[in-house]
Design a protein around this ligand. Sequence first.
Ligand SMILES: Nc1nc2c(ncn2[C@@H]2O[C@H](COP(=O)(O)OP(=O)(O)OP(=O)(O)O)[C@@H](O)[C@H]2O)c(=O)[nH]1
Ligand SMILES: [Mg+2]
Length: 467
Amino acid sequence: MFNYIQKELDNLIDRGFDRTLRLAVTGLSRSGKTAFITSLVNQLLHINMVDNTHLPLFNAAREKRILAVKRIEQRLMHIPRFEYENNLKCLADDPPHWPNSTRGVSETRLAIRYQQTGLLRHLKETSTLYLDIFDYPGEWLLDLPLLELNFQQWSEQQREFMQGQRLELARQWMTKLAQIDLLAKADEEVLAQLAKDYTQFLLACKEKGLHFIQPGRFVLPGELEGSPAVQFFPLVHLNSEQWNLLKKASGSSYFAVLAKRYDYYCQHIVKGFYRDYFSTFDRQVILADCLTPLNHSQQAFLDMQEGLQQLFQSFHYGKRTFLNRIFSPQIDKLMFLATKADHITKEQRHNLASLLRQLVQEGGRYVEYEGIETAYSVIAAIRATQQVTVNQNGKLYSAIQGIRQKDQQKITLYPGEVPSRLPNAPFWQTQRFEFDQFEPQPLEQDGLIPHLRMDAVLQFLLADKLD
Ligand SMILES: Nc1nc2c(ncn2[C@@H]2O[C@H](COP(=O)(O)OP(=O)(O)OP(=O)(O)O)[C@@H](O)[C@H]2O)c(=O)[nH]1
Ligand SMILES: [Mg+2]
């Protein structure tokens, strides 16, 4: 009994204070992070502006307990503000178009004033939940696993991935790499040129839809462009004997300079980024676009799977690793989302969800997240198509309708089936997928963004904070 009263008392005190929730929106490049944040902010800002039926699965909205939502001054003054207005302007243009790819970090803060439902409503009727969200280029995320690897380990790992398409794209750079005497005194100019070639190789991988791109800053360096911090590369051509020989390298050798730059990159750039932004999150969504890699190749899909799984290994939710301590010690809810589900008909959403699960499996089993509530869902943050039924010779078919990006035509089409598991190699030799991209549709009444299941996302992420 005493315990019960104590618990109730603690709850009361907790609820008496306004709360803050820091949400991490995580995903590889082009997975839909900026679209997701723009839509999430838009759905919340519209809660009382439209007839309140756009979020049926979000209880607090349906019950009309959210009194007001405002964007307010963000927590960190030195970070650019998330370009919500600008993104919305792109969607409100005639014709509407997608916001640009993200080139730096930005942050936004929402104040959500709501009516209490618990015991405390007798003492205090309303409370405020502060929601902090930040956006960043997806490429930077894949630097996280580097923090657990030294220069040799990273090089050896990259060596393992040098296969198929990747190896072909790297050939020119690798030929030059093999000509360098790593024990000789380093020439800055030679290093700069080789790093440039390596960056060209990474950009070519990106072009082919490959996602496992390290170091991420090389393809989006911002103010680091041309600095020694982004002028190194992995030594993918060495065997263990050759690594042993490098132990006697002098401090001014190519090898020593490369290893020093790698360490600097990890310690200053990668660690700084994660310490400043990732260390204090409470909840996390992980976005994955499973459809675009299918359009490219089997390797593109496997490459994305590798990228995500490396990332999960770094998170090690619930386990006491170095990254766990610096990364997100208090995450209590985690949601995996397959994005852009408006590219397919609704019968295919189930398969898309299976594919998402396959993507986040680790070595055939699900990653375990001790003490963390986990959910999987399929969404379209910014729904670009309409679901329609087509009558063909008396038979009814599901289809989607929208403005197709490649020819800017309004079309109705059946986009095909989504595999529930990634097809094996022979399949890819004879068949391929083609999920078309679409332009966004015009905004709804009062500038509301059309969406698919963003209400389920809000319910999972926010409901218990709005009791
Ligand atoms: N149809 C549809 N397309 C979407 C949706 N969300 C994103 N897209 C498409 O995916 C592209 C990338 O989305 P972004 O939100 O910019 O992705 P991001 O993760 O922020 O990408 P980076 O900033 O480059 O890391 C967009 O330009 C759209 O073409 C969606 O809900 N539906
Ligand atoms: Mg973005």
